[in-house]
Structure formats: C-alpha cells, structure tokens
Design a binder for this molecule. Structure first.
Ligand code: NAP
Length: 472
C-alpha cells in the first residue's frame, strides 16, 4: 500500500515488508518514510487543522458516522487484514473490527458534546459585573503513534476523538502492522474527511516517530506502546501535551471464597487472547494458600485443550506471536523461571512464533516472568498467605494498568478496589476486559491520561477562558 501525506497517496522507492507472523511470508509492503516526509505531513496537517477548526461539530460527527457504516461494510476484509499482519485468530480480528466501529461511533457522539462552563465571577472579590465562561478548542495538530497489537481499534481510539475534537491528525502506525491503519484512512476519506485533516506516515519509530514528536507544530502526542518508548517520547516531546498508554504485568488475585470454575474460565479467557499480547493480559495470578493447588488443577485442563496454530483455522485458539524474537524471549523467560525454581504445569514449548499457552506455578515476584511485562501466552501463579500479602504483591510492580480479584465478599472487593494501585479494577473477572466507552489508562509507569472517546476528546482539546466586562 501507499502512505498518505499532505492529501496524496505517496510511494517511496524504499519499502518496509509487512510479514505474516505465522510463517514470515510477505503480506504487502509500505513506503519507508523519512524525516522529510514527516515535515511534509505536518505542513499539510497545519493546513488541515485550520479546516477542521472551522468545521461544525455536526459535520465532524456525520463524517465519523459515515465511517462507521463503511467499516461495517468492509468488516471481513478488515478482519482478514488484521489476522494477516498481526496474527490474531480470525474471531478476535472480527471482534476488533466491531470494536473499532463502536469506537468511531462513540467519537461521533462526542463530537456533539464539547462544551465549556459558566463561571460565577461575582463570587470573586471585585468580580461582579462580569460574565465568565470557558470554550474548549482543538489542540491543532495531533500526533498519534500506535502499537502492533490492536492495529485497527487502537488507531481508532486516537483518530476518532482527534477528528471529533476538530483536530488534524498525523498517524504513525506500528511498522509490523500498518495495513489496517491505511485502510482506516481510506475509509475516513471516503466518508468525507478533508484530505489535509489526516496523514499516515509509515516508517520506523526511531526516525519517523521521533521526528513527529520533536516538531513544535505538533501540539499533542497520543502514544500507545511500551514503557521505554513512552519515556523516550516524553523526553523528546518538550512542551506538548502527551497521553501515554503503556504496558503492565497485570495481577489477578484469587481468595479462598472464590468460585474456582469461574476463576479458571476467566484466567484462560484473559491470559491467552491475542497470544497474550494484550496490555492488560493476566500475567500474575496470586492465589491464597487454601486455593493454590485446587486452582492449578482447575486451570490445567482448560489450558491443555487450547490449540495453537494458524490463526485462519477456526479450531485455533492461540495464534502466533508477532515476531520470532518475541517468541524466543517468552520461551527464555519461562526457562529462566524454571531454573530459578518455578514449574511448568502445562505448555512451555515453542515452534517458530508459536508458543504454547503456558501455566507456570511457584513463580516468585523477583522472576522476570513476574516483574517485567511478558506480553506473551504464559501466566505465572504465585502464593500468598493473606489478603494483605496478596494486595502487597499486586502493588509490587512499577506498572498499574489493570488488576482483578475473585471474591464473594463485598467488603474484601472494596478493600481491593481502594488499595490496589491500578487504573482499572475488575471484581470477579480477569484484568483483561475493556468496553471502549470506559475511561482507560494506567497509574504509575503504565501511563498518563485516559482514552475512551469522551476522555480522549478532553485530552485533545484545550480550555480558553473568556471574560466579558462591564455588565453592571
Ligand atoms: P513499541 O515498540 O513501544 O512501539 C509502539 C509504537 O512506537 C510503534 O509505532 C513504534 O514504531 C513507535 N516507536 C518506536 N520508537 C519510537 C520513538 N523513539 N519515537 C516515537 N515512536 C517510536 O510497542 P509495540 O511492541 O508495538 O506494542 C507493545 C507495547 O504496547 C506493550 O508494552 C503493551 O503493553 C503496550 N500497549 C499498551 C496499551 C494500553 O492501552 N495501555 C495497549 C496496547 C499495547 P515501530 O513499529 O516502527 O518501531
């Protein structure tokens, strides 16, 4: 495919190969952009931002609503593109497409809800005879940088609110998965978005991403990806607003009163989706002594049943990981944990990018499989002697994106919700659950700010204070 810069589909002699994660075959190629292309894309977006600033909210909403219809029309093609470039099983890819439509639909709603507030200026000494109110105005040019793992919906979570808020957006999708993003650009243009209001620049994060983040014409950066790249971007960004959606090693705490059948189902559903490559995947199960062994026995048969393989095969539950190096890393971290005293209950084998869903018991908090972000299809189980110790272990992480507890007691659930340092808390399900309308974002080093169209629109607009004097 070509990239979209300053209102044109543009090609370059240098190409990036987009590979099928299953077998490394080439799915397509995209241009390898450089800093000059970023400069051109931003110049176009500056003009686009002027067009968008003047466009009525009704019209912005209508464009987004038409895009929803087009996403739905192209649902199967988009799902197959996601599976081909990202490797998730087709059922999950179809679900991602329906979520992307929902995200853009919510953005269309939010375009009509951007309001300010009236301030009681007469409440200030000397403030009488004045009327004060705020206006929320678009930031201007928004840079959107996205990861590989949800190549359509996470792009929608940035582009939808940016347009709803009246901005122009320059998108830099992950180099592994740029095709879904480029198709979304086609859709938005067909829906009537002014061509200068969007650019999609394909190229390496180190060159294209960095050039985008350092440019002073960009007023707002919305980034989703790894903690380390997020920190590098924050340093490059200087005086810009930033939203950061970063990683985690999400805990799931299991208390003695939990229904273990439900816990087992939730563990499997929330640890292995997208081969564990979800920012809120269950990575650390923390089980109290009384349920530790029974829980392993309840989870084991469900994991044994999961088939690994071709994501287009309807029987497959776990597809490939994105790159061979990531699959090797996950296998290595499992081996390291075993060398340090953990035991593999099920799984543990790897063939190419296919890693078996793996259940590891006797995991200690200092093992890499527990304390770093694994981002793969393995879950480690750790013992705790009490609720307090379980909460301590859940919080013993630099991350804080999502956390879950299974208990039948409301007071215990509320203690967990209050004491666990996490942007999302789930009671009686695993940490990996999201409705696209929720305020979504991490505490600690999992991020800054919130996504979800209502909240992203807030982050992609700025406040102006207006005071009318002389109204005695
Ligand atoms: P990544 O390596 O951090 O890359 C994310 C994006 O940043 C890519 O587009 C990448 O471009 C770009 N990039 C790399 N270096 C850059 C730089 N110096 N300046 C600007 N941009 C740069 O992450 P990933 O491997 O694609 O995705 C996995 C990570 O994303 C995990 O840590 C996961 O937890 C996190 N994630 C978080 C959320 C959330 O909502 N909190 C959701 C999904 C994923 P290239 O592809 O060209 O390198």
């Amino acid at each position: 495919m070509k990239m979209f810069v300053r209102g044109q589909w543009v090609d370059k002699p240098q190409r990036i190969e987009v590979k099928n994660p299953l077998d490394g075959s080439i799915v397509d190629t995209v241009p390898r952009a450089d800093a000059g292309d970023v400069d051109e894309a931003i110049a176009g977006a500056v003009e686009g931002a002027e067009i968008m600033r003047r466009m009525p909210a009704f019209e912005r909403s209508q464009i987004l609503r038409r895009a929803v219809g087009l996403i739905n029309q192209r649902q199967e093609e988009l799902a197959e593109t996601i599976t081909r470039e990202e490797g998730k099983i087709l059922a999950e890819a179809r679900f991602e497409v329906s979520r992307a439509a929902e995200t853009i639909d919510l953005s269309a709603d939010e375009a009509k809800r951007i309001t300010g507030e009236v301030l009681p200026l007469d409440a200030a000494p000397g403030g009488s005879g004045r009327l004060g109110f705020t206006l929320r105005v678009p930031c201007g040019v928004v840079a959107a940088i996205t990861p590989f793992n949800f190549p359509l919906n996470l792009v929608s979570h940035k582009v939808g609110p940016a347009i709803a808020a009246g901005n122009a957006v320059v998108l830099k999708p992950a180099s592994d998965t740029p095709l879904s993003a480029l198709k979304l650009v086609e859709i938005l243009l067909e829906a009537g978005l002014p061509p200068l209001a969007i650019a999609c620049v394909t190229g390496s994060g180190g060159e294209v991403g960095r050039a985008l983040c350092s440019d002073h014409r960009v007023r707002k950066i919305s980034f989703t990806g790894s903690r380390d790249v997020g920190e590098a971007i924050a340093k490059t960004a200087g005086l810009k607003r930033v939203t950061m959606e970063l990683g985690s090693n999400s805990p799931l705490v299991v208390l003695p009163d939990a229904d273990l059948e439900k816990v087992a189902r939730a563990t499997v559903a929330t640890a292995f989706a997208n081969a564990g490559q979800v920012c809120i995947s269950t990575q650390r199960v923390i089980a109290l002594d009384a349920v530790y062994e029974p829980l392993l026995e309840a989870v084991r048969p469900l994991v044994e049943k999961m088939s690994v393989g071709d994501p287009f095969d309807e029987k497959t539950r776990v597809g490939p990981m994105i790159r061979p190096a990531d699959a090797e890393r996950v296998a290595r971290w499992i081996d390291d944990a075993v060398k340090q005293g953990a035991r593999v209950v099920v799984g543990g084998h790897r063939k190419g990018t296919l890693v078996e869903p793996t259940l590891v018991a006797d995991v200690k908090p200092e093992m890499r499989i527990s304390c770093d972000e694994l981002f793969g299809p393995a879950v480690g189980v750790t013992r705790a002697a009490s609720l307090d110790e379980a909460i301590h272990l859940a919080n013993d992480s630099r991350y804080g994106l999502s956390a879950a507890v299974f208990t039948e007691r409301l007071d215990t659930a509320m203690q967990f919700a209050r004491e666990v340092q996490s942007g999302n808390i789930h009671i009686n399900w695993g940490p990996q659950w999201r409705a696209d309308l929720m305020p979504y974002g991490g505490l600690k080093q999992s991020g800054l700010g919130k996504e979800g169209p209502k909240y992203a629109v807030q982050e992609m607009t700025e406040t102006k204070m207006v005071v009318i004097h002389g109204l005695e």
